[in-house]
Design a protein around this ligand. Structure first.
Ligand code: ZN
Ligand code: ZN
Length: 390
């Protein structure tokens, strides 16, 4: 028989000391992309202790893991996603320690409450969300094959269950010109900095014609060596984002054209270096979102009134959402002005509100997983939406 919501809530409460322990330890040991040795080992050790079978990743994915609990039914397979990477300089200012703790808590609560009365439950540890594309490598290596639905919860400046995310690409532009004396013989030089400035101006001019929600933003990474030398080399790094694949491809193509145009007009040679990691647009599974939203409400966490496309960024959950039905709800840890990747957010992550809301989000996640194990019909609907969106 399906456990009541109050029972699920009580189970998370019972586990709260160990959930908060995991959160605190990962927070105190921030690790960068693909270096999450402490965090992944901690999760693995704790989940093994609770009877989960654990598989670790290899080579670049050595900090990835899958902890599984096999019930007596073959289907469905539900995955709870854990992230645990931190940011350079500002540690867990994206609060991934809370994501890991919520995944551990929700997974353990489901296992404790259902025992063998379920299908396959997986807690999948995905490294390097902050720019490293851990989920992309894991998708490539088949970690999500056979998963019927996947979900995680992410700390934020707002509480919102269903939100889309932008596709993103990153590219470097290297311009090569010719050095010369800037006063005596400027006519012999080819100014690479002019190419970079021209690139920025072209990008600024194209902004007005970009599709809605698209973003293009860049920095100068090299602007010359001395003001009395015509710069022979200058470079810039850009990111382009779009809400849909056609928008994203259009904006990326326009950016590349601006870069080539700048080379042509200044007489520079251009070398482009594209980052191979491209995060795809995230389409949340709204059927899954409805179940989660109902449970979040029962857990006492109120959603902020925000549309699906307001205040959105990018994540490798986008790539995951292309291969399995996925959900990435956000829960507030501070106030609306305290945004991810800031010093204020770092504080909010360990605040009472932050940890209380994480426990509520974990409760909602556990209840959602239980709902899916309880109802084949729900899983069918979730998968049906996914199929139709393809
Ligand atoms: Zn994050
Ligand atoms: Zn982040």
């Amino acid at each position: 028989m399906k456990p009541s919501f109050r029972k699920i809530e009580a189970e998370i409460k019972k586990l709260s000391l160990s959930i908060l322990g995991i959160s605190g330890k990962i927070f105190d040991n921030p690790e960068l992309n693909y270096e999450e040795k402490f965090s992944s080992s901690l999760m693995i050790a704790e989940l093994r202790k609770e009877g989960f079978s654990v598989k670790r990743g290899k080579a670049k994915l050595k900090t990835a893991f899958e902890a599984s609990w096999k019930g007596r039914f073959k289907k469905p397979t539900i995955a709870i996603i854990a992230e645990y990477d931190a940011l350079p300089e500002i540690g867990h200012a994206c609060g991934h320690n809370l994501i890991a703790a919520a995944a551990y808590g929700a997974g353990l609560a489901v296992k404790n409450l259902l025992g063998k009365e379920c299908g396959m439950l997986k807690i999948i540890g995905t490294p390097a969300e902050e720019g490293g594309g851990g989920k992309m490598l894991m998708i490539r290596d088949g970690w999500f094959d056979g998963v019927d639905a996947a979900m995680m919860v992410h700390p934020s400046n707002k509480t919102r269950v269903v939100a889309r995310m932008l596709a993103i690409m990153e590219v470097e532009f290297h311009y090569y010109g010719k050095a010369s004396h800037a006063a005596a013989h400027p006519e012999l030089g080819i100014n690479a900095l002019d190419a970079v400035l021209s690139l920025f101006n072209s990008v600024n001019a194209m902004r007005q014609q970009m599709p809605n929600f698209s973003r293009v933003h860049g920095i100068v990474t090299h602007g010359g060596d001395a003001p009395n030398i015509i710069p022979e080399y200058a470079s810039a790094k850009f990111m382009a984002r779009g809400l849909t694949m056609p928008d994203f491809e259009l904006v990326s193509k326009k950016l590349m054209e601006c870069a080539h145009g700048a080379a042509k007009s200044t007489g520079c040679r251009l070398k482009t270096v594209k980052n191979r990691l491209v995060y795809l647009p995230f389409e949340p599974n709204r059927t899954l979102g409805k179940i989660f939203a109902k449970n979040l409400k029962s857990a006492g966490l109120k959603e902020d009134r925000l549309g699906e496309t307001e205040e959105i960024g990018s994540s490798d959950i986008g790539n995951l959402g292309q291969v399995v039905p996925a959900l990435h709800p956000e829960f507030a840890v501070g106030d609306r002005k305290t945004v991810n990747h800031s010093r204020g957010f770092l504080k909010a992550v360990t605040s009472k509100k932050g940890t209380d809301n994480m426990l509520k989000a974990a409760t909602a996640m556990a209840a959602t997983v239980i709902d899916l194990f309880d109802s084949r019909e729900s899983v069918k609907k979730v998968r049906e939406e996914f199929r139709q969106a393809r």
